[in-house]
Unconditional design. Sequence first.
Length: 311
Amino acid sequence: MTTSSFSQNALIQVENQVDPDPKTGPATGRRKVKRRTWQTLVWLVALILITAVVLYPLVWLLFSTFKPNGEFGSNMGLLPNSPTIDNYIKVLEGIAGVPLWKFFANSLLIAVVSVIGTVVSSAMAAYAFGRIQFKGLGILFAAMIGTLLLPFHVVIIPQYILFNNLGLVDTFWPLLIPKFLATEAFFVFLLVQFIRQMPRDMDEAARIDGAGHVRIFWAIIIPLIKPALITCAIFSFIWAWNDFLGPLLYLTSPENYPLPIALRLYNDQSSSSDFGATVTASFLALLPVLIFFLVFQRFLVDGVATQGLKG
């Protein structure tokens, strides 16, 4: 076949592709476009409906903060009949002689210190399990994983007796000391998986340069497991902020109450409950967690996405 005939055939093929058969080409293309458009619309409507179902409780909570206390029980709709801001005024004034900012400060203190203690202690324990070879490593690691199956309620009484004998009841110490002892086995296990995926060549190179375990841990391991550390920090903050049982056991003075316990003060079984103030305080307590999650959600996604990667 000559060069000219080859060029003509190629040109004919290009023309056929650019200008397809008017009986089948354009109709098939339109059908594909229409089919893809309908599929996109169906998925869009489905996602909007799912999002509306998921966000409806939050939206209802927001609008309910503007309902008078008398509308609760009679008006279960989304919008209040007589909007008011009295609930916010009442909540901002506080309860039991304690202002609202004090409850926020207590919750913030417990949550921030819990994050620091959990992240630091879990990272150190994970480095020991993932990088240091010692006798009984497998037994200790299995025992640590076994604590995930141990309910918190099993150790409530021994812990309370211990902290009561130490005179630490009605203080924040019973809530904070365990965080610095790597008692959160879930976070330790998560960090161990990250550390074990890293090649040991970096450790060996650092040892040749004279680095010990402390230098390797802070200079090499910590920067590489940053996504996992941020993931642990997010969950630890949310769990500590929303914790109800721990503060209920160890805190007895209203001035030491965090927000979850302060919400209980608005509902007294011996008298009428202030539902408007309860809903408003619940919404205000939810805002820090929501903002914290929105700010750090990309780090959470990075931590989950890189969990299966190997160095």
